[in-house]
Design a protein around this ligand. Structure first.
Ligand code: SF4
Ligand code: SF4
Length: 188
């Protein structure tokens, strides 16, 4: 599925002229695709000077740290969440899958660079996850970034808002996942 990054698009309109099916419009200085009309020819990807357009064919499994199943944990770092709500992202849609209980682990807080045992325990609760969304990440973020894309939301928000931010930032998340670097991103 072809996606345009709202963060990168400057509304130049070059993709609009390039699209054979006339299925791109620039609205409020950001290009939008009418997915029903897109034939996946990929011409727009090559013409965009901002590299704002990518084809995301993969599906992603996303974990969100929460205590109450409604809001993203904000009073402590994501590894201290009681649960991880798991969502599956595919073709522009995010679908709720399951609620996973976090692994109980007594963290050694004297370790200034984070307790590796805690990072391991968190990762074991997040098996198969591609993206972890949280409001706070502790010093173990450098270890967690080796396992999944760590996506930070700014300020308190609901899980619903976090899922919307996931969809809005899916280009950057997919690029980060496939970059081969340590993977972290701030959701805007
Ligand atoms: S070509 Fe790229 S930057 Fe220009 S409007 Fe299209 S998506 Fe935006
Ligand atoms: S992939 Fe082709 S049909 Fe789809 S939006 Fe881009 S240029 Fe248009």
């Amino acid at each position: 599925m072809i996606h345009i990054s709202k963060n990168k698009c400057v509304g130049c309109g070059m993709c609009v002229d390039e699209c054979v099916n006339r299925c791109i419009n620039v609205i409020d200085s950001v290009a939008c695709i009418s997915q029903d009309d897109c034939v996946q020819c990929r011409s727009c990807i090559y013409i965009c000077p901002q590299s704002a357009i990518i084809d995301i064919s993969e599906s992603l499994l996303v974990g969100i740290g929460t205590d109450d199943g409604k809001t993203i944990k904000a009073d402590n770092h994501v590894g201290m969440s009681k649960y991880f709500q798991v969502w599956a992202y595919e073709d522009g849609q995010a679908v709720y899958r399951e609620m996973r209980e976090n692994v109980k682990y007594k963290e050694d807080e004297s370790k200034t660079h984070g307790d590796p045992g805690k990072a391991q325990a968190t990762a074991s609760a997040l098996k198969n996850i591609d993206v972890l969304i949280g409001e706070k990440f502790g010093p173990n973020i450098s270890r967690l970034k080796n396992k999944f894309v760590c996506a930070v939301v700014r300020g308190k928000c609901t899980i619903e808002q976090g899922v919307e931010m996931l969809k809005e930032n899916i280009n950057e998340i997919a690029e980060e996942k496939n970059s081969g670097k340590k993977r972290g991103i701030v959701l805007t």
